[in-house]
Design a protein around this ligand. Structure first.
Ligand SMILES: NC(=O)C1=CN([C@@H]2O[C@H](COP(=O)(O)OP(=O)(O)OC[C@H]3O[C@@H](n4cnc5c(N)ncnc54)[C@H](O)[C@@H]3O)[C@@H](O)[C@H]2O)C=CC1
Ligand SMILES: O=C(CO)COP(=O)(O)O
Length: 363
């Protein structure tokens, strides 16, 4: 299903128009979307379709930027798909960031810190920075919003997260979807909700940033495990078991880090987990499926063009869990397969031969 631009443009609320942090209630927002891969492009298009803000994208490759600007198309990620003609693009970070009151970031998680260091001199004071990323930094075990706050020296009310069941291709095709906009400062979340709410994209606010981010990061790891099971030829019982026990270990970690467990029962937790683990569009699930079907890790890596965040983040998530004394057996099995030459068959054996337990423990 692809809806025309006229159909989406009217979908925004007028009751949520209060400006966010440092904003001027009467002024139209300027949104910079940093990253023109799959999700950066699809989300920039959502904001342009919502119609309440001017949107400029930043991308590294001049030819992609030129195509977005002139032909309203991102040929690398969504060939043939018409982007909103109001979307503009640049390959100069300083140009994208100039005058932005909202900065949305969609680069691979492990490159975020280096990108922020380059962008920092151009970030306007008072801008709200929104993470679309679903990863945990290697080494520091920090969530993306924590990396943003640390490098840009921003208070929590200027840092937000958008997460949920948001497979980029479906959203680029303007299929209906929901999401969570999380910020500890609720008026900021409401402002961002206003900026990205359209006829096909329905964001809900939440003040639980920790839960929203951990839900998004851990589901990538569980999707790798589900993919492996699918690749090994297993059916829906195995998938449902991994999704459900994956949610259990996500909740254990998130709650021990201060999240509200209701967030993990919501769109950024269960919603995203179900979408990602069920969809052939998921890069993480596809990565796992290739490994489970007998390809070597090197072969899978060579075939994977886009970011499968769970591969690297599985290590930082397991380190975080160990630091907090949280048991995450599926994550441990994924780390074994991704980083320690554990075969899918060995990982399955390790998981199934764990000591018997009550369903609910350690929360
Ligand atoms: N694609 C999806 O459906 C969704 C992705 N996400 C998250 O969004 C984040 C970005 O993912 P995608 O856009 O899907 O990835 P992608 O692989 O499609 O695009 C990543 C973009 O970052 C650029 N890039 C790569 N290395 C870079 C570096 N060192 N510095 C600056 N830019 C660099 C690439 O050229 C590309 O434009 C990830 O954390 C992912 O988990 C979240 C929701 C949905
Ligand atoms: O986060 C996503 C959907 O919400 C996209 O998942 P993948 O990164 O596995 O494609």
């Amino acid at each position: 299903m692809t809806m025309g631009h006229a159909a989406q443009a009217g979908g925004h609320d007028h009751d949520a128009g209060a400006a966010g942090h440092g904003g001027d209630p009467g002024r139209r927002s300027r949104v910079a979307v940093m990253g023109s891969g799959s999700w950066g492009t699809a989300f920039a298009n959502v904001v342009a379709d919502a119609g309440t803000a001017d949107v400029v994208m930043w991308g590294r490759r001049p030819e992609v930027v030129e195509s977005i600007r002139v032909r309203h198309e991102n040929p690398d990620y969504f060939p043939g798909l018409a982007l909103n003609p109001a979307l503009t693009a640049t390959s100069e970070p300083a140009v994208a960031l100039a005058g932005a009151d909202v900065i949305v970031i969609a680069v691979p998680s492990q490159s975020l810190r280096a990108n922020l260091a380059q962008w920092k001199p151009h970030v306007p004071p008072g801008a709200v920075v929104v993470s679309l990323m679903k990863g945990i930094e290697l080494g520091t075990c920090l969530r993306m919003s924590e990396v943003i706050a640390e490098v840009l020296e921003l208070p929590p009310e200027q840092v937000a997260v958008v997460s949920g069941p948001n497979l980029a291709r479906e959203i680029a095709e303007r299929q209906p979807a929901t999401a969570v906009v999380a910020c500890t400062h609720e008026p900021t979340a409401v402002h961002l909700q206003h900026i990205c709410k359209s006829a096909y994209f329905r964001p809900y606010t939440n003040t639980d940033v920790i839960g929203a981010e951990l839900g998004g990061a851990v589901k990538n790891v569980i999707a790798l495990a589900v993919g492996v099971a699918v690749g090994m030829g297993f059916g829906d019982n195995a998938k449902a078991s991994l999704i459900t026990r994956g949610l259990a270990e996500t909740v254990r970690l998130a709650v021990s880090l201060g999240a509200d467990e209701h967030t993990l029962a919501g769109l950024a937790g269960m919603g995203d987990l179900v979408a990602t683990c069920s969809s052939p569009l998921s890069r993480n699930r596809t990565f796992g499926e290739r490994l489970g079907s007998g390809m070597t890790l090197d072969e899978v890596i060579a075939e994977t063009r886009q970011t499968a965040e769970g591969v690297k983040s599985s290590e930082s998530i397991l380190a975080l869990a160990q630091r907090h004394g949280v048991d995450m057996p599926i994550t441990a099995a994924v780390v074994g397969m991704m980083h320690h030459d554990l075969s899918p068959a060995e990982a399955l054996l390790a998981f199934m031969s764990r000591t018997a337990k009550p369903e609910r423990y350690g929360v």
